[in-house]
Design a protein around this ligand. Structure first.
Ligand SMILES: [Zn+2]
Ligand SMILES: [Zn+2]
Length: 172
């Protein structure tokens, strides 16, 4: 079980990662805001949170106008949560997107380079955001039917946070 309070070190570039809780999605993300822009998913399931969480807009401000350092996405990664060796897996949206999976604790790491690949696949931002979000749902272990249900019920006001977050991470 991941300790969601622990500050993690980016498995790709070694910088400290920033915690981001996305209330509208009920998911925790650790984002490498000072380094490569990679994302670590530290929970496998959606959870109900009733506490007031950190305002995601502060994180978004930090990502504004940022250029992320390039990393070698083919290197073997060690899980920032448990130290286990991560395994590269492909999970398809529109094309093959590579994730690093930790089979020990269930953590997953998505390279910024992979996010940029997702961006380049789409003509429309709306279409792209929808697929990125579906991808995130999938990574945190959400069943397909549940992914679709959540997607259809997204409050557009809250969704704009997610949209902005991924937009900034993919350099849009
Ligand atoms: Zn990094
Ligand atoms: Zn792990």
């Amino acid at each position: 079980m991941a300790d969601t309070q622990k500050t993690l070190t980016c498995p790709a570039c070694g910088k400290l990662m920033e915690k981001v809780f996305i209330p509208s999605e009920g998911i925790n993300l650790d984002i490498c805001t000072e380094g490569c822009g990679g994302i670590y998913f530290d929970n496998r399931e959606f959870k109900e949170f009733d506490e007031q969480n950190e305002d995601i807009s502060k994180i978004l401000e930090k990502l504004e106008g940022k250029t992320f350092v390039k990393v070698d996405e083919t290197q073997t990664r060690h899980c920032p949560n448990c130290g286990g060796i991560m395994v590269k897996n492909h999970s398809s949206i529109k094309q093959e997107i590579q994730m690093d999976d930790c089979y020990n604790c269930g953590g997953k790491f998505l390279d910024n380079a992979e996010l940029v690949k997702i961006r380049e696949e789409y003509d429309s931002n709306t279409e792209r955001d929808a697929d990125i979000l579906r991808h995130v749902y999938k990574q945190v272990g959400c069943e397909l039917a549940e992914q679709e249900r959540r997607y259809s019920e997204i409050d557009q006001t809250k969704y704009s946070y997610v949209r902005k977050l991924f937009g900034l991470l993919t350099g849009l």
